[in-house]
Design a protein around this ligand. Structure first.
Ligand code: NDP
Length: 397
């Protein structure tokens, strides 16, 4: 039976979720897209209609306001809220879902606007409230976090008795032709990259200076690229949910050109989140930088090339050591053709739709707050192949 999804956030990812839910009308019979700026929702809704995918209802909402979100959920009797606004809104939208007893899903963990630190603590603390409301909160249903967690759950279920080492590799090899731009929200992106690197080994977190560890990694279908160790949020839940783990790290590619720009911006103070006084007005340098950089939502049309995100997992099966590599390769141009968004938004928005679909179909069910690896990976892996993110698995000799 068809259900109602309320999507909050009309950026690059919201655009993809709108298109992909509209392609799956058997489940998402009614789709509501709401954001701070209603005109952005209207533009996406008319593109979806022009592609022959039917009606999307649009509305305005301030995701920071629990009562406003709760009213919106009740107005449309939403069965699930797909939160693809910014991580700052996670807690308020979760609280609105608790209040209205509605399923919840997001793609990035909560961050406080004033501290460049992200962790699951405050979202996990709502587990009991979700249980009492009798609904499911699914955290991090994007690509990474999201599909990476599912890949690891799949490796655990089908390929290993014990997983010992995990490296997650994220390569965006797309070129948008600008000297410097970020592929998703610049504020969130730069906060993530300029933070200290962190990985987990033998039961403890090890912190290293930002971008101080680089390796060359050969990405299938792309080639060798500089890959830097950074902290990434899926590691926090995976160290809890994958038993026998000895080490987990996360690597992301950055070009020398990108890093040079970033270093200069950092050195002159443009990436700071400390407010400063400018001509009598308080401004946050990073927010000002966001305002002058290209809007990621406009990059789709210009971006060419591929993304490759995957997990490289080593462990033991039947007493023998083995390694597998599971990854997806996506093409920016194809993402744009299908949804008008770039490959990064596409690889995030498709898994958000799949997570919501599995919850509404009852294939992923439960009460409380969950991370992706806590559910059966098989239906999610099947949907990835069906919905535009096919994956490959290599057994490494
Ligand atoms: P954008 O900045 O393009 O879009 C964010 C949208 O959220 C905008 O439409 C914005 O509205 C809206 N918004 C911001 N604040 C509010 C608010 N208070 N109330 C309602 N709406 C609000 O971001 P992206 O689409 O690139 O990213 C969306 C999310 O996806 C982010 O949380 C990001 O961290 C996450 N992400 C996750 C990835 C993963 O693999 N897991 C990868 C990439 C992104 P307006 O334009 O009107 O200001």
């Amino acid at each position: 039976m068809g259900k109602t999804a309320l999507i909050i956030g009309a950026g690059g990812v919201g655009r993809v979720v709108a298109h992909k839910t509209a392609q799956n009308r058997d489940i998402f019979e009614k789709i509501v897209l709401a954001s701070r700026t209603k005109s952005k929702c209207d533009a996406i809704a008319s593109e979806v209609a022009n592609r022959g995918l039917g009606e999307i209802i649009t509305d305005r909402v301030d995701g920071d306001n629990i009562d406003e979100v709760a009213e919106l959920i009740e107005k449309y009797q939403a069965d699930i809220v797909i939160n693809v606004a910014l991580p700052y809104q996670d807690l308020s939208i979760m609280d609105a879902c608790i209040k209205t007893k509605t399923h919840y899903l997001d793609t990035a963990n909560y961050e406080h606007p004033d501290t460049a630190k992200f962790e699951y603590k405050e979202q996990w603390a709502r587990d009991e409230a979700f249980k009492q409301a009798g609904v499911l909160g699914l955290l991090g249903s994007g690509f990474d976090p999201g599909v990476t967690n599912v890949f690891i759950a799949y490796a655990q279920k089908h390929h290993f008795d014990e997983i010992h080492y995990i490296d997650i590799f994220d390569c965006n090899d797309g070129d948008h032709g600008y000297p410097f731009a970020t592929n998703f929200n610049p504020e969130i992106n730069i906060r993530e990259i300029t933070a200290n690197g962190r990985y987990w080994e033998n039961g403890e977190w090890i912190e290293i200076p930002a971008l101080s560890k680089k390796i060359d990694w050969d990405y299938p279908e792309i080639g060798v690229r500089d890959s830097y160790l950074i902290y990434h949020e899926e590691m926090e839940s995976l160290v809890q949910n994958i038993p026998h783990l000895k080490r987990i790290r996360f690597f992301m590619t950055f070009s020398e050109k990108y890093l040079t720009h970033l270093r200069v911006l950092e050195n002159v103070g443009m990436t700071s989140i400390e407010p400063i006084n400018f001509n009598g007005q308080e401004i946050v340098p990073l927010q000002f930088l966001k305002a002058i950089l290209p809007d990621p939502a406009t990059l789709g049309e210009r971006t060419k090339g591929k993304t490759n995100i995957g997990v490289y997992v080593t462990g033991v099966k039947d007493g023998k050591e083995k390694t597998i590599y599971i990854y997806n390769v996506s093409q920016h141009e194809e993402a744009y053709r299908e949804t008008g968004a770039n490959g990064v938004s596409y690889t995030t928005g498709v898994p958000a739709m799949i997570g919501a679909k599995l919850i509404l179909e009852g294939k992923w069910n439960g009460e409380g707050v969950f991370n992706m690896e806590e559910f059966d990976p098989d239906p999610f892996m099947e949907e990835l192949n069906r919905q535009g993110l096919p994956w490959k698995l290599i057994e490494v000799e």
